[in-house]
Design a protein. Structure first.
Length: 320
């Protein structure tokens, strides 16, 4: 009987100690942010300056204050002012600390829809010491993430958000084990005002296009005038395109405004071709009825070109 009892004790002990030990849950850190300013937004340098507050609340032994900004630029120029040297123990049992940061951040601007483009400028925070197995950032509920009177000249503020995700690095950094880190991200979405597209870019081009189309309403006998208007419009369009292209970085694709100008060049070229063909036909048949027939045809073509041109712009805006 004793042997059975000893055997049962040995088997029970082996089963108990062989069970896998549950790993400790990572320490959660409630994280909040409040944006004060964004300035010096430089599309050519793919960067912007941000001034904001960042704070943490947590329970546990791990201090989350040792952080880095994943998309930081010019780290030597950062200004970081902690609230206190040591965490403050609050009445609810949480530790609390934070900092005010001012620095430059990287953002890859996608300009395919320029000048109707919008961008989400983001600030990405990770802890330098602890992976997500030990520490997790959790967005703190907040009614406001941005200063109420915050404005960016030349841009509309669309929305703001904050979230967290695991950022896995495809390297072990020489430690022999790949790790993932909790990444806290604050994003603010900005967009160019529609008036910039309609009044500053599209309106001058439409004036040039209307002047070029007006050629088709002139009497076919005024060949010199009819040919000079679209040629002048073509040269003006080139200068107008250069005026906004010089403010954009060199990219390997056409932006929305480039496509609209390409459509404009095709239209002006067709007008020039029509004027040349009409002039040649008028020289061959110098009769007034034939001149009136050319004039009527040109006017119908002008209306058709206008409809196709405006439809093409609308299609580009919708599908680009």
């Amino acid at each position: 009987m004793k042997r059975k009892a000893i055997l049962y004790w040995l088997i029970s002990s082996f089963w108990f100690f062989s069970k896998p030990v549950a790993s400790a849950a990572p320490q959660e850190v409630q994280t909040g942010i409040y944006l004060m300013n964004i300035y010096d937004l430089d599309i050519n340098a793919y960067s912007f300056y941000a001034d904001f507050y960042l704070w943490f609340k947590w329970k546990g032994e791990l201090d989350p204050m040792n952080i880095e900004f994943v998309n930081s630029v010019e780290k030597w120029g950062y200004t970081i002012e902690p609230y206190t040297e040591e965490p403050v123990l609050m009445d609810d049992g949480y530790f609390y600390n934070g900092m005010r940061i001012e620095g430059r951040f990287y953002h890859s601007f996608e300009l395919g829809r320029f000048p109707l483009d919008q961008h989400e400028l983001d600030i990405r925070v990770e802890n330098v010491e602890y992976s997500n197995e030990a520490l997790l950032f959790v967005p703190m509920e907040s009614t406001s993430l941005i200063r109420p009177d915050f404005k960016m000249p030349g841009w509309n503020i669309v929305s703001s958000r904050m979230d967290t995700h695991a950022n896995f690095y495809e390297t072990d950094f020489g430690e022999g084990k790949k790790r993932a880190y909790s990444n806290f991200t604050f994003g603010i979405t900005i967009a160019r005002p529609l008036s910039y597209f309609l009044l500053k870019l599209l309106l001058p081009l439409m004036v040039v296009i209307l002047a070029s189309l007006g050629t088709l309403f002139l009497d076919p006998s005024f060949t010199d005038t009819r040919i000079s208007l679209p040629i002048g419009g073509l040269l003006t369009s080139v200068f107008l395109q250069q005026s906004y292209s010089s403010a954009l970085p060199d990219v390997g694709y056409m932006v929305l405004m480039d496509k609209i100008y390409l459509l404009s060049y095709i239209l002006i070229s067709l007008i020039i071709l029509k004027v040349i063909l009409s002039g040649n036909r008028l020289i061959q048949r110098k009769t007034d009825p034939f001149s009136q027939k050319i004039k009527a045809l040109d006017q119908r073509l002008a209306l058709l070109f206008t409809a196709i041109y405006l439809s093409g712009i609308l299609a580009l805006v919708l599908i680009t």
